[in-house]
Write a protein that binds this ligand. Structure first.
Ligand code: SF4
Length: 244
């Protein structure tokens, strides 16, 4: 569903749904003024950042710093920010640090209530930041997990304030092979932990290596039924039963 504010007579949304990522990004960049990308610097995000360099290199790059990331993630992020001159915007929860989180919410909240931990570290900071934007780009792909299998290229997302933003998924129809093929073709550096058997890399306490027979995101929140942090499931116009 397209927000009427962005419905342009020049855009054929049905075509957009099957357009190559570069065309989707061009459309978003030229249609949505207050636009950002959110990424944790994994493979799909790298493809999008690489394509945006020709389209909107000035786009704010939102990074949710939970304080629980692998040092390799922060190091890789910083190297890429410098090499590609990215406009990094770091978002944090109100508690600011894991130490302060432990004081307020008790130790190891991620073990006791990972939904709450993700909410205060990811969902809430992103929701607040998105009040400054009309749209954001994410690297979600349909092949990543059953929950993401119906990801559209463009969807509306409602913020708690009642404001709506557009969420753009240029790589929705791409597979992991497409992404890795693009990265290889363009010699894009990748997250160092990929070589060690990680395929979806989040916070240290909630990420394990996966084998090739598993879903890409099977290593996230091992031991819980949780497969999403929540930033991709809140405020959707049409939630599936699994997302509710
Ligand atoms: S992924 Fe784990 S550590 Fe990170 S915010 Fe969510 S529950 Fe907390």
């Amino acid at each position: 569903m397209i927000d009427p504010r962005f419905a342009s007579p020049d855009v054929d949304y049905e075509t957009l749904a099957t357009a190559p990522p570069h065309e989707v990004l061009e459309w978003a960049a030229h249609t949505i003024d207050r636009l950002a990308i959110a990424t944790s610097f994994q493979a799909s995000g790298l493809v999008i950042l690489h394509q945006l360099r020709d389209i909107r290199p000035d786009l704010p790059v939102l990074f949710l710093n939970t304080g629980f990331h692998f040092p390799e993630t922060i190091g890789f992020r910083d190297r890429l920010v410098e090499a590609w001159d990215l406009k990094l915007v770091e978002l944090r929860g109100e508690h600011e640090t894991p130490e302060r989180q432990a004081e307020i919410h008790g130790p190891a909240l991620y073990e006791r209530d990972p939904d709450r931990c993700c909410f205060i570290n990811k969902v809430e900071p992103l929701q607040k930041a998105l009040e400054e934007y009309d749209g954001w780009i994410s690297g979600l792909r349909r092949d990543q997990s059953p929950l993401r299998a119906s990801t559209p290229v463009v969807e509306a997302q409602m913020l708690p304030s009642g404001n709506e933003v557009l969420k753009i998924h240029p790589l929705a129809s791409w597979t992991r092979e497409d992404v890795m093929g693009y990265i290889k073709m363009h010699q894009i550096p990748t997250h160092p932990l990929l070589e060690q058997g990680y395929r979806s890399i989040g916070c240290v306490p909630c990420t394990r290596k996966v084998d090739l027979s598993e879903d890409e995101r099977a290593g996230r929140w091992d031991g819980f039924s949780k497969t999403e942090c929540g930033i991709h499931t809140f405020g959707k116009a049409h939630q599936t039963e699994a997302e509710q």
